[in-house]
Each structure stands twice: as structure tokens, then as C-alpha cells.
Design a protein. Structure first.
Length: 388
């Protein structure tokens, strides 16, 4: 086999990486290779999100089935099937284009997947491993918020890259099905029971029925598979209605997003109560600061306070606020953002705090909610839960 065929056959998913960055030159080479992929009508119906924000990597690691290696990967790319930019380009030319439909979406998903595989092959040639993350198609609401996705843009492929550890290099590549079961000549051939059992025989060493039943339970009937189906159904609604739905990325004062709804309620309530864990004891205290910065919901405290120590030991927290017969509970992890610009943004929003705090004093601490759920409740309406 030539070098390309050898690389294609040798490539396997890599989920553990050396502590070694990917150079800017290699990243650019991988991205250029992705953009050189075949594309329908030379439209490049995709947009590649280069995830460089570590906090965003951490959030994606949680939302994509709690896979910590995503956060540890030196390079993370999300390939979005993008029917938006051509729709906007037609409008910019003074046209009144139809809204994108299901066919446009499938064409864009194909474009994105081909570009992603080019990136994988290019990385392999540079000694850089990769892994596809299908979970990016789950958690519709969360991922639209995190990635600021407008209508007609679907995160169809996520890839993580890094130099493989020795253990990953030695790991055996899973066996593929025999070619005769995968390649049908001219027309689709429905495989009968005996052929299906023959196809699965190398994998089902302990018996076909037991192996298939276990796989079905672990994958096809799993909660994450059902969540993916739900989320993809939500994306498909965008391409089925025939009407464009306005969507705002989460930004201060933008309004309209689930995070903004929580933010506005807490601001209007004035005071909320934050609960943390101190060893085996619950602790609660009143808080007043709440702020949105770069698409995340933040609170503020001082590192000298007990609450800071408690959150460092256990970041899980819950807050509660009450206003006009309605109360909200917000639960999730509170993650410190140690950037000076994040502290400054909070103090600029609460200038009275500058009598006690400064972004450069070594004490001021800001934390944002990760993988949060907020439930609005009252005695007159059913609870409403939103996630961000």
C-alpha cells in the first residue's frame, strides 16, 4: 500500500494526548486541508469553529456526555453545516430567497463531514491523532447557547486533536465488517438473518443474540441516543417551518435567551440565596451580584471568604430567589474565571463594589455557572426548567 492508504488503514480514534501543543503551522495546514475537500458547487456549506477558549472546551466536555479528554485536547474543531451564509448572501444581493429546507441541510452536513475527514487525514499525516465527538448533535439548547448558533446552522461534527500517548499508539484498531456485507452491487440488498449473524460473528464471540442485545441497550436505546434524536428534531424544525425564527446569541442586554431570562429575574429580585457544601454541612448566604460576560452567567465573591473555599473543594452549588409569587432555583457548577477582564467586567457592572474590591487585588473572585439548570416555580403554574 502507498502512504495514503497506509495512513487511512492505520488511523484510529485517539482519546488521550501528550502534553504537547499543536503548532500554529500544523493547525493551519489541517484547516487548509479541510477547506480543500470536495464541496457541492464549490459552496463550502460549512463553518469551522476553532475552540480556543479553555472555559468553552470545559463546557463542551461536560455537555458532550462528560468526556474529560475533550477539555484536555490541544485542538478542538466544530464543523457546522451552514445554510445561513449563502441565505444571507442572496439577501445581500437584493434577492428574496426561500428559507433553507431539509435538502439544503443534508447537502451542508455532507459538505461538513467531508471537510472534517480531510482534517482527520491531514492530522494523521502530521502524527496528530483525532477523535470524532457525535455528542455535539445532542443538547440542542445548550450548544446553541455555547456556540452562538443562529438559525440554519447545525453543529454536525466535532473533532478533537492531539499527539497520542504511547498507549493510544499501541491500542488495536477495532475490526471492521467484511467488505461483502458492506458493498452491494448496483442495488440495495436486504440481508437476511443468517447473513446478519455471519456479519457480526467476529464481534459476537459469546453469541449473537446476547452481544446484539447488550449493544442495543448500551447504544441504540441509551439516554444519549434518545437525546440526540430529540435535539436533531429541534434542528430540523428550523428547516421545516418555511419561516425564519429570530435567535439572539447570549450577550448582555441582548434579551431573549434562556440565560437572559434567569439573569433578568435575579436582577429584579435583588437578593438571592446561594447554597454550598462545607464538608458534610450545607451552607447558605445572601448574594446580590449577577452578571453576564462572554455568554456566561457570573457571580462575585472574595477569595478570603468561606464560600470561596467551599466552592474550591466542591464546585456544585444552588441558588434560589423569589419575586412576585415566583421563585427560581439555579443549580450547576461554579467555575472560577481568573482573567482580569472577567473581574473588571463584573466590577464595572457593580461600581459600588470598588469600595471593597479591585480586579487586581488578588482577592476579587468571579465564577460562572457551568452545565446549569434553572427551574421557575409558582403555586399557579407548572414548573418550567431551562438549561444553559
Amino acid at each position: 500500500m502507498n502512504d495514503i492508504l497506509t495512513a487511512l488503514h492505520a488511523r484510529r480514534s485517539v482519546r488521550a494526548y501528550l502534553d504537547r501543543p499543536i503548532s500554529d503551522a500544523d493547525k493551519k495546514a489541517i484547516l487548509l486541508a479541510a477547506c480543500a475537500a470536495p464541496t457541492a458547487g464549490n459552496q463550502q456549506l460549512y463553518t469551522i469553529l476553532d475552540i480556543t477558549d479553555q472555559a468553552l472546551k470545559d463546557a463542551l466536555a461536560e455537555s458532550c456526555d462528560h468526556q474529560s479528554f475533550i477539555a484536555q485536547a490541544p485542538m478542538v474543531l466544530v464543523f457546522c453545516a451552514d445554510c445561513r451564509k449563502w441565505y444571507d448572501a442572496y439577501a445581500e444581493a437584493g434577492l428574496s430567497p426561500r428559507t433553507p429546507g431539509a435538502g439544503d441541510l443534508l447537502l451542508a452536513v455532507t459538505d461538513a463531514a467531508i471537510a472534517a475527514q480531510n482534517a482527520v487525514t491531514a492530522a494523521e499525516s502530521l502524527g496528530i491523532g483525532s477523535c470524532y465527538i457525535g455528542d455535539i448533535l445532542e443538547q440542542y439548547e445548550t450548544h446553541r447557547e455555547l456556540l452562538c448558533l443562529p438559525e440554519y446552522v447545525v453543529p454536525s461534527v466535532m473533532l478533537v486533536f492531539g499527539y497520542p500517548t504511547e498507549q493510544q499508539k499501541r491500542r488495536e484498531k477495532p475490526q471492521r465488517f467484511d467488505l461483502r456485507h458492506i458493498v452491494h452491487e448496483n442495488r440495495y440488498r436486504h440481508m437476511d438473518g443468517p447473513e446478519l449473524r455471519e456479519m457480526f460473528a467476529p464481534r459476537a464471540a459469546n453469541g449473537y443474540d446476547a452481544w446484539v442485545a447488550a449493544f442495543c441497550k448500551r447504544k441504540y436505546e441509551s439516554d444519549f441516543a434518545r437525546e440526540m434524536t430529540r435535539s436533531v428534531g429541534q434542528y430540523l424544525k428550523q428547516f421545516d417551518s418555511g419561516e425564519e425564527q429570530e435567535y439572539n446569541c447570549t450577550k448582555p442586554n441582548s434579551g431573549g435567551t434562556v440565560m437572559e431570562k434567569v439573569y433578568e429575574f435575579l436582577k429584579a429580585a435583588g437578593t438571592y440565596y446561594l447554597a454550598t457544601v462545607d464538608g458534610d454541612q450545607p451552607r447558605v448566604r445572601p448574594f446580590g451580584t449577577v452578571h453576564i460576560f462572554e455568554g456566561r452567567l457570573y457571580i462575585q465573591t472574595g477569595k478570603s471568604k468561606d464560600v470561596s473555599r467551599q466552592l474550591a473543594a466542591n464546585p456544585k452549588a444552588e441558588l434560589c430567589a423569589f419575586k412576585d409569587g415566583v421563585w427560581v432555583r439555579v443549580s450547576g457548577k461554579l467555575v472560577e474565571d481568573d482573567r482580569v477582564e472577567a473581574r473588571k467586567s463584573m466590577l464595572d457592572a457593580y461600581p459600588d463594589l470598588r469600595a471593597m474590591y479591585d480586579e487586581n487585588d488578588g482577592n476579587t473572585q468571579v465564577l460562572y455557572f457551568q452545565d446549569a439548570a434553572a427551574t421557575f416555580s409558582s403555586f399557579t403554574a407548572p414548573p418550567e426548567t431551562v438549561r444553559f
